[in-house]
Design a protein around this ligand. Structure first.
Ligand code: FAD
Length: 287
């Protein structure tokens, strides 16, 4: 492919980190569904591509107390894991909406987060689930964990250094009483979202013990709406409280206006989705 100096295919995380550190300006390549489009368009000119496709230790879904997903696991493989949809239904809901079969076969969960697009569909569910990223570095050495809500710095920007690689995502499944919903608005089928919302509630009847709310495509990064969570937690979720939460959500987001939708429309959809998600959870219409 034009514009790429070299293509390296390491077989372990160790080899990958060495390969990456050996060429300044090289980039990680996972499924390539974002990066290679940029390369083809001439917007990205990496000195080399270090492919993660043969790093088998970064592929798979492991269940113990937590769920650990290898960063190089394609979305389709995540969806094929029989326990993922049971333990993390809100994440599985989001994954089923992503792209086409071909995109889900190639696109990885790590690439979806590391590309740091405001519309990355796995981000809102992983934010409400309190996911942590496992990061290895060629320079810093060792392994560290980064909470997902501290990971994004801006559109296409994360806290990762040039020689860091995300090797996995760790999620502690919520208590059995917790239910979640993911809602996504697109212009047409198989399009990127113009607004998305993930809501996780721990309900005792109509009373909300705990709330987690996150949005995509309506701010420079996917983010939690702490102000909405505060309105819900400890409250009886009456129509008034839910309407207030939806209004706060509308006011809290900072969408852009682009070819997919205007900022006012994105705000409107955010409010509607927050209300709808809470109503679905109150009615038990969710997993
Ligand atoms: C037709 C089409 C439809 C799409 N539909 C959707 C959709 O519905 N929802 C959605 O969210 N996205 C969608 N996308 C965007 C894209 O498919 C996803 O963001 C995908 O998950 C990216 O993952 P990837 O493995 O292909 O990443 P790549 O393109 O390989 O990499 C993306 C970026 O992340 C970096 N990176 C990758 N892995 C790591 C790692 N482990 N550690 C550190 N950095 C890493 C790369 O260097 C690069 O900068 C669509 C794309 C296309 C082309």
């Amino acid at each position: 492919m034009r514009g790429i100096g070299a293509y390296l295919r390491p077989r372990s995380v160790e080899e990958a980190l060495d390969a990456k550190a050996s060429i300044d300006g090289s980039r990680w390549l996972a499924g390539g569904t974002d990066l290679l489009i940029g390369v083809k368009d001439g917007k990205e000119r990496p000195a080399a591509l270090v492919s993660l496709r043969s790093v088998t230790e970064m592929r798979g879904v492991w269940h113990d107390g937590s769920v650990r997903i290898g960063a190089g696991t394609p979305i389709a493989d995540c969806l094929e894991d029989p326990r993922l949809a049971v333990r993390l239904p809100v994440l599985a809901q989001a994954m089923t909406t992503m792209g086409s079969v071909q995109i889900r076969n190639a696109a990885t969960i790590g690439g979806n987060l590391c590309t740091a697009s405001p519309c990355a569909d796995t981000a809102p569910p992983l934010l409400v689930l309190g996911a942590r990223l496992v990061v290895r570095s060629a320079t810093a050495g060792g392994t560290r964990e980064i909470a997902l809500d501290e990971f994004f710095r801006g559109p296409r920007r994360t806290v990762l250094g040039p020689h860091d690689v995300v090797t996995g995502i760790v999620i502690d499944p919520p208590a059995a009483s917790v239910r979640g919903v993911f809602l996504k608005k697109t212009r047409v089928q198989m399009d990127l979202s113009l607004a998305s919302v993930a809501v996780l509630l721990d309900l005792d009847g109509d009373r909300c013990r705990k709330a987690r709310v996150a949005v995509g495509s309506v701010a420079p990064t996917p983010r939690r709406l702490l102000e909405v969570e505060r309105v819900l937690e400890g409250e009886q979720l009456s129509r008034e409280v839910v309407a207030h939460a939806a209004q706060i959500a509308r006011d809290a987001v900072a969408p852009i206006c682009d070819l997919r939708a205007g900022d006012e429309y994105r705000r409107h959809v955010t409010g509607v989705f927050v209300r709808r998600a809470i109503e679905m959870l109150l009615a038990g219409r969710c997993s």
